[in-house]
Design a protein around this ligand. Structure first.
Ligand code: ADP
Ligand code: MG
Length: 988
């Protein structure tokens, strides 16, 4: 959507603005609310509809596909579009999807109770990251809104007196603070670090929206005297229009004078990583009111959220990010002060987790599958959770695996115990399957938005807890014992006397202890709220009889009145002798006694005529009138009393927010652990043994790919033995299983550190601190963008950040460019990783001659995938064996794929005569052959193809060797490449 479009409809629609002076009070109120929410599309409640006017109406009509009508009043005729409030959710979703923020301006006063203009106020601003209505939030996934603040890089003038040490070294990377809030559950996380770390966290947490501080501002001086970016706003706006910078354009971030390039570049990269996740590059990141990023503003903002945050958050950047994100979350919730459901602002160290950057998450297909089967992800494979709480917890675990060996082992212990105790496992899963989303319920309760049904759902969930406690407390099964190899449980507190009942492992014991039954809250709800309450909490029928004496009395009065009326017909028939006399009720006229015209003369004196019908007359009596009034009065007062009681109950429950959240956390963990145990049983996983000796390598027996094995009829398990710091160069024909193999090794490591068992017969694993994966551009089907550039940038990141504690996967790196360059880069990179970084590496390549690296480097080994060739047909065995591949079977694959016979035969001829140089000029022919593989003897050293092919690479290689990649920017890398290519071209 073109930005101009949005500029026209957020804030005051031009059509309304021009008529400003002559508007009726109602439209004038609309204009005021629009002006106060410059960045949002205001939906204005008029009775049962949300309405928008003029240009805003046109947008609503188009996006929501509703009819554009008009409203006429004494001042003119205005285009108008309305959406029914009853069915608003799907329309709101369309607006959010189309990238609008929506401000709901609701009637905050009973229309019937005022004679003049109904008061309206913006009660909520919906944004992609902060929408909290259940219909708008996919259950079981976490939706964060985030803020990033940068340590101030002040003007020299400012920093003179502050003595800021940020200037002692101009080149030092600044500290960024990152804070995220899940507005549906109140989870608030804060961290900080250098730009790379924070960028990583942004990509990992994948907030639906990210606001950035003034340091990232593209507008000169925007942090001081605010200038106006769009020109369509009048300077009164607090929030900048999100479209006034183009966040997808890296050059637009941090380019103002004073913005540190050290921040600008990584953040631009973060935008690149982050934008595709949010689905829409335009909405991912936007600037925000600089005022809320101020330190003092942050301190003030944070005070209600807990003491000592200034100290606990450690850095100014973290503090300011936290202040800003809460300011934004409060703003979107209608700005009535602190968010009560955010009970804890949690600081965490990004380092305490396995580094698993966005590229790795993507290529390992943890959460999204780049191919067809959207559900074929690692997360879906593991997701045997029973409730939304557990699902979100498991998602968090997979996004942020552990690195602390003891913590990982204690999860393994717990999973092991649940594996060994099938009765407990299934009973826990059954009990949790009836649990509602406690985190979101409690957030609604503390926000004062929960209705009576929500309280009953809360009650139903609390009712599960005693069952769970009982289930966990049963004696262990007689036949339980540690499963498979793996570590012995470290859990039991005292191994001398294992508990005879209840959980055997420390982790489950801890969870058991944390299962707070919250009997007080449960009983309160049970006593106060009827079992099946209505949706509305203002129309009565919510509070149980016996809960409140006043209410009971009012109800009794109303009931007595109704009974009196019920008996009235009989009494009056007897008194008047009119057998056809009847008593009835209408909404408009109330109760009446009806007498047909034929009996009119027998009507008693105390009857007062109320209404004349065709053949009859309706009457009231003073007695009836009196009863009617007492019923109405008692009912109205009962309803009001019920509402009062309901709000009171809700507040009492809200007071227990922290305990409920703690319980939710325990239930979530229990569910996630149970899910891992279920997967372990059903998919036949084994407990991995963690090795802590400093040079522990990876040793996997019969490893499998957790996702591919589900979709492949006969998956062939493979071993993996990688000593620490070794580089395995993997060759083999296309489709032989190289990529699958590398990923299964990485996934085994990741799953183990999540706390899961792993798809293998046995596994001994070190604890790694980072998993990096790079996939050659032509394999990266999802990429689409500046492929080679991206590949190189990602490679650069590894070369900066990987270390001896890392596992690196390089899959066909260098493929995105011409063969000579690509191979040169691949080789240089592998040498660098081997010599300088010492990271354990799996490197799949179609440059067969790179297997020669094994001879020159001690820790480089070769592996290859085999296939059998029979009568010109090829069968892939998907089995990995030591050594370099002897044949690529490329031609056979081409034949299998249906390449015309004559082409296949010509290819065979060329292969046999070795007519091609080693650069394999057939390499790109439909991507079905393996470039660089000639003849049946692939062990032949490279360079059989002539002088140019050998000499030029030598010179090029020298240049590349001299490169200091750790200090090469992506741009410089591209320039160097260009130059290299020039040289290669010239030499030919
Ligand atoms: P390569 O990277 O060598 O081109 P892939 O790893 O992409 O090959 O594997 C190609 C296909 O082969 C996969 O989609 C999968 O269906 C199948 N495959 C891979 N490894 C195995 C295995 N170990 N057992 C069975 N099938 C496998
Ligand atoms: Mg591959």
């Amino acid at each position: 959507m073109p930005p101009a479009d949005r500029a026209a409809v957020t804030g005051v629609p031009p059509g309304i603005a021009t008529a400003r002076a002559s508007l009726t009070p109602m439209l004038s109120q609309y204009a005021d609310l629009c002006a106060a929410h410059e960045d949002a599309l205001v939906l204005f409640q008029v009775g049962d509809f949300y309405e928008a006017f003029c240009e805003a109406a046109e947008t609503v009509a188009r996006v929501c596909e509703v009819t554009l009508t008009e409203r006429s009043d004494s001042t003119g005729t205005y285009p108008m579009a309305g959406i029914p409030i009853d069915a608003a959710a799907s329309y709101l979703e369309s607006l959010l999807e189309a990238d609008y923020r929506v401000a709901l301006a609701e009637q905050v006063e009973d229309a019937a109770a005022t004679s003049g203009l109904v008061d309206r106020a913006v009660t909520e601003v919906l944004t992609p990251g902060t929408a909290v209505d259940d219909e708008l939030v996919e259950s079981g996934t976490t939706t964060y809104v985030g803020a990033v603040a940068c340590e101030r890089v002040d003007d020299a003038a400012d920093s003179d007196d502050s003595g800021s040490d940020t200037h002692t070294d101009d080149r030092a990377a600044p500290t960024l603070g990152l804070a995220v809030v899940d507005v549906t559950t109140g989870e608030c996380l804060v961290t900080d670090g250098d730009p790379a770390t924070v960028t990583e966290e942004v990509a990992r947490l994948a907030p639906a929206e990210l606001i950035v501080g003034p340091e990232f501002d593209t507008e000169p001086n925007a942090g001081g005297a605010r200038s106006n970016a769009t020109g369509s706003t009048d300077g009164g706006s607090v929030y900048s229009n999100p479209t006034d910078s183009d966040p997808s354009d890296p050059s637009s971030i941090g380019t103002e004078p004073g913005a540190s390039p050290a921040v600008a570049e990584p953040l631009a990269a973060a935008v690149d990583d982050f934008a595709p996740r949010a689905g829409d590059p335009d909405r991912a990141i936007h600037r925000h009111d600089p005022a809320v990023f101020g330190r003092d503003a942050a301190v003030e903002r944070l005070t209600p959220y807990g003491g000592g945050l200034e100290r606990r958050l450690e850095t100014d950047a973290a503090l300011r990010a936290a202040g800003a994100v809460l300011a934004y979350a409060e703003y979107t919730q209608g700005d009535d002060g602190p968010l009560e459901y955010v009970s804890r602002v949690r600081r965490y160290e990004p380092d305490a987790r396995l580094r698993l950057d966005a590229a790795a998450q993507r290529s390992l297909e943890l959460f999204e599958n780049r191919g067809l089967g959207a559900s074929d992800t690692v997360f879906e494979t593991l997701d045997e959770t029973s409730c939304a709480l557990g699902r979100r917890c498991l998602e968090r675990w997979l996004r942020r695996p552990l690195v602390d060996c003891d913590t990982i082992r204690s999860r393994h212990d717990a999973v092991g115990e649940l594996v060994d105790r099938p009765l407990v496992r299934t009973a826990v899963a059954d009990a949790l399957s009836t649990a509602y989303d406690l985190e979101r319920l409690v957030a609604r309760v503390s926000r004062g938005r929960a209705d009576a049904r929500d309280l009953r759902s809360l009650h139903a969930t609390l009712a599960v807890v005693p069952d769970l406690r009982t289930v966990l407390a049963v004696p262990p099964d007689g036949d339980s014992g540690p499963r498979g190899g793996g570590d012995a449980p470290t859990g039991t507190d005292d191994p001398e006397s294992p508990a005879t009942t209840g959980p055997q492992t420390a982790h489950l014991q801890d969870l058991h202890a944390r299962l707070d039954e919250l009997a007080d809250v449960r009983d309160l709800i049970a006593e106060a709220i009827v079992a099946d309450p209505p949706q509305e909490v203002t129309d009565g029928g919510v509070i149980r009889d016996g809960f409140d004496a006043d209410l009971d009395e009012l109800r009794a009065t109303a009931q007595a009145g109704r009974e009196w009326i019920a008996d009235l017909e009989a009494r009056e028939r007897e008194r008047t002798g009119i057998d056809s006399l009847s008593v009835g009720h209408t909404e408009v006229h109330g109760y009446y006694i009806e007498v047909t015209d034929a009996n009119r003369d027998r009507v008693p004196d105390d009857y007062r005529r109320r209404q004349t019908l065709k053949n009859s007359e309706r009457y009231v009596t003073p007695g009836l009138k009196e009863r009617e009034e007492s019923i109405l009065g008692a009912t109205a007062r009962a309803d009001a009393r019920e509402y009062e009681l309901f709000v009171d109950v809700r507040e009492q429950v809200a007071a227990e927010t922290e305990r409920i959240q703690a319980l939710a956390q325990a239930l979530a963990e229990l569910d996630a652990l149970t899910a891992l145990a279920t997967v372990a049983i059903e998919a036949d996983y084994v407990r991995p043994e963690l090795r802590t000796d400093p040079d522990a390598g990876i040793a996997i027996d019969g490893g499998r790919h957790p996702v591919v094995e589900r979709t492949t009829a006969e998956f062939v398990p493979n071993d993996a033995t990688l000593s620490r710091g070794s580089v395995a160069v993997i060759t083999g024909p296309n489709m032989s299983g190289k990529s699958t193999y590398m990923r299964q090794v990485a996934l085994t490591v990741v799953l183990a550190q999540v706390g899961s068992f792993v798809p293998a017969q046995a596994a001994q694993l070190p604890v790694v601190r980072g998993v990096f994966t790079r996939v050659g551009a032509s394999d990266d089907i999802a990429g689409g963008e500046s492929t080679f550039m991206r590949e190189m940038r990602e490679l650069t990141e590894i070369l900066h950040d990987a270390g001896p504690d890392s596992l690196v996967l390089l899959d066909e790196v260098g493929r995105g460019t011409a063969t000579t360059d690509g191979r040169a880069i691949a080789q240089a990179a592998v040498e660098f990783i081997h010599d300088e970084l010492g990271a354990t590496t799996l490197f799949a390549t179609h440059y067969h001659d790179l297997t020669a690296l094994a001879e020159a480097h001690e820790r480089v080994t070769t592996l290859h995938f085999t296939a059998t060739r029979e009568d010109g047909n090829v069968t892939f065995l998907h089995r990995v064996v030591p050594g370099a591949a002897s044949s690529s079977y490329g031609v056979e694959v081409a034949e299998l794929a249906g390449v015309p016979r004559s082409v296949v035969e010509r290819s065979r001829e060329l292969v046999e005569t070795s007519d091609l140089d080693d650069a394999g000029n057939v390499g790109d022919a439909g991507g079905v052959t393996d470039a660089g593989d000639v003849g049946d003897n692939g062990n032949e050293p490279s360079g059989s193809g002539g002088a140019a092919a050998t000499e030029v690479p030598a010179e090029v290689a020298a240049t590349i060797r001299d490169l200091d990649l750790a200090r090469t920017t992506p741009m410089a890398a591209l320039n160097t490449l260009h130059e290299l290519k020039q040289r290669v071209d010239d030499a030919e």
